[in-house]
Design a protein around this ligand. Structure first.
Ligand code: SF4
Length: 247
């Protein structure tokens, strides 16, 4: 893993999904095979394979303290093109420092992660006025998770973290995206630990080689994505969970 500490020029950026996004890192140790964020390589000059490098924006909190005074309060997404709780966060605590600032100023925050490391920061999450936490949970089958998301935490750990956050009164959601083999078995496990579920299909082709290698081609078809999303919607309806399919 190539790790570089860098001085970023800005941290509170405009986003198409939410008004703002904060990415404390460039690159992601989770190394998901389908990750759309690998396009960041083009803008940052990285030639290394995705998942083998991380730039650490060590001045993230310092920048945020300055930028937050100059911008209009609105929802901040943490993060868009990296996992804010990838393993390096344990050492650098950049996400933690940024959350402290956002919570103190009472800015709405939506955190999206695959890592139970977020539980380290429950002290902030419990006190924050307007925060929700989403876990990306793509499949109920941890064997499939290992094929597609080799560096990301196991599915049972993500479910346990969601359960703990929900128990503490934090608003939670699951992002079942991209739909992977085994997504259709998720809803029963998410019942009681999330306030809502979002579903999206695989929109990128970076992981096609894995489908081919393991004979999973029929699970990357339009027909499969539609069938699974209908199954998830129907299970959510049965269990009274709010569900939105975004494709
Ligand atoms: S956790 Fe998110 S940002 Fe990181 S590699 Fe996976 S999909 Fe990409």
């Amino acid at each position: 893993m190539i790790i570089r500490e860098i001085q970023a020029k800005s941290i509170l950026s405009a986003s198409k999904i939410y008004p703002y996004v904060i990415n404390p890192y460039v690159g992601c140790q989770h190394a998901c095979s389908y990750c759309y964020a690998r396009y960041m390589k083009k803008f940052t000059g990285h030639k290394e394979p995705w998942g083998t490098f991380v730039d650490v924006k060590i001045n993230a909190a310092e920048l945020l303290r300055k930028e937050i005074c100059k911008k209009k309060k609105a929802t901040v997404w943490v993060s868009g093109v990296c996992d804010p709780y990838q393993p390096l966060e344990k050492k650098y605590e950049l996400t933690r420092q940024c959350l402290q600032i956002l919570a103190r100023e009472e800015w709405p925050v939506v955190i999206q992660t695959r890592s139970p490391l977020i539980l380290r920061d429950v002290d902030i999450l419990k006190e924050a006025k307007n925060v929700e936490v989403g876990f990306s949970i793509t499949t109920a089958d941890d064997g499939i998770r290992k094929l597609f998301e080799p560096g990301a935490p196991p599915i049972p750990e993500r479910l346990n973290a969601l359960s703990e956050l929900h128990r503490l009164g934090v608003r939670t959601y699951a992002m079942v995206a991209p739909i992977l083999p085994g997504s259709e078995m998720l809803v029963d496990r998410l019942a009681g630990v999330v306030d809502y579920i979002l579903v999206d299909r695989m929109n990128y082709h970076h992981a096609d080689f894995i489908y081919r290698k393991y004979g999973l081609e029929e699970k990357m078809t339009e027909e499969y994505f539609l069938r699974v999303s209908r199954q998830i919607t129907s299970d959510c309806c049965r269990l009274g969970i709010e569900c939105t399919t975004v494709f």
